[in-house]
Write a protein that binds this ligand. Structure first.
Ligand code: GN1
Ligand code: MG
Length: 354
């Protein structure tokens, strides 16, 4: 249960009721309700991942202020500690507390293409509204977070150090990782051409669970979970939305035979993102937009596989083979996305006039 020093730090009265929200794989989040009806979101930050949590809070405040000035979104407020701090460094964990926005919800899966369109337009708008902010204002929280080259090196390092048992269990997926290595080369070209592929401030965790919708009209209230917001390449946010909303089943689904992709969701995500971001993307970025899903799905497959080979040191798991199953899911999704995108370009050719 919660450390008593945390209650003191935030001046929380007794008794409080805490409900663990279980969608994130990194931090622990609790909906915390008090007898007087006040509700807050209390979160312990995983400092193995976010080793400078003060940076998270400073970035958050800057974005919060900027969105208010731009009349874009009203982000949940940070509840300060009794001595005015943005977080509390307890003996075991670092804690922070946010305002809980009542009468809102975050879906876990996207149920219609229209909803996916709204989500995508929102995450696009997130970057569009930050485009006039000096990118140096936002500090990089996780260096190399979406760097596919680095993720591939981490995978090969993990492979070199993995136990025979895990290597054997993952043999098929290790082969798939090698089969798609050309994507790493493509990414390197993008990364080395900053004039054609400039940095944008991106959210870097664009799943639908990171959007608050209003109960009353199912419209979007605001995007949340801004921890990974930092400069990045155009592929990241649209790619992560393709990864998380195009499949018919979530990344934890174990039987890959059931997986399928939903073309109407793919097109809705692309249209929503471009609606917001078209004016901020170069012609080269626009021309390569369909590479986004492939690159980000491949990167996530590598990350899950790497963690499995490392004996599960990064992602929370609830059973021993879960990272392997997640990796298998993502490699299957990669094949499906590649087929879909290639099929699309052939169909498109048929309709190009002249
Ligand atoms: C992690 O904890 P969560 O679900 O917000 C991860 C993302 C992955 C995602 C996969 C900081 O996000 O990059 O895409 O799991 N975040 C971090 O489910 O590593
Ligand atoms: Mg997150």
């Amino acid at each position: 249960m919660i450390e008593s020093s945390v209650k003191e730090a935030f001046n929380f009265p007794e008794p409080l009721e805490m409900e663990k929200l279980s969608t994130g794989l990194i931090n622990h989040t609790y909906k915390t309700t008090f007898p007087d009806g006040q509700v807050f979101l209390l979160q312990s930050i995983n400092t193995k991942v976010f080793d400078d949590p003060d940076k998270l809070q400073r970035n958050y405040l800057k974005i919060q202020r900027h969105f208010l000035q731009e009349n874009a979104y009203r982000l949940p407020g940070i509840l300060k500690t009794h001595d005015g701090g943005l977080l509390f460094k307890g003996p075991d964990h670092v804690w922070r507390c946010f305002e809980y926005i009542l009468d809102t919800y975050s879906p876990v899966v996207s149920s219609t293409p229209d909803q996916a369109y709204l989500v995508s337009a929102c995450f696009g708008n997130f970057s569009a509204k930050l485009d006039n902010m000096d990118p140096l204002n936002i500090q990089t929280v996780l260096p190399g977070f979406h760097d596919l080259g680095l993720r591939f090196i981490q995978f090969t390092d993990a492979l070199a150090g993995a136990s025979d048992t895990r290597k054997k269990a993952a043999a098929d997926l290790i082969k798939k990782a090698a089969d798609h290595e050309a994507l790493v080369g493509f990414f390197a070209k993008v990364q080395s051409s900053p004039r054609l592929f400039p940095l944008h401030i991106l959210h870097h965790d664009c799943k639908i669970a990171n959007i608050l919708f209003k109960n009353e009209d199912d419209k979007i209230y605001c995007p949340i979970d801004l921890d990974t917001t930092q400069p990045g390449l155009f592929i990241s946010d649209i790619g992560d939305m393709i990864r998380s909303m195009v499949p018919n089943l979530p990344e934890d689904h174990q039987d890959v035979k059931d997986l399928d992709i939903r073309g109407d969701f793919y097109e809705a995500i692309k249209a929503g993102y471009l609606e917001s971001m078209h004016a901020y993307l170069s012609s080269e970025e626009l021309a390569q937009i369909d590479m986004s899903g492939k690159l980000i799905v491949y990167m996530q497959a590598l990350r899950f596989l790497t963690d499995y080979l490392n004996d599960d040191i990064y992602y929370q798991i609830s059973y021993s083979e879960q990272n392997l199953d997640r990796a298998a899911n993502q490699f299957r999704l990669l094949e499906l996305i590649i087929d879909y995108v290639e099929g699309q370009s052939q169909r498109a050719k048929i309709y190009v006039p002249g």
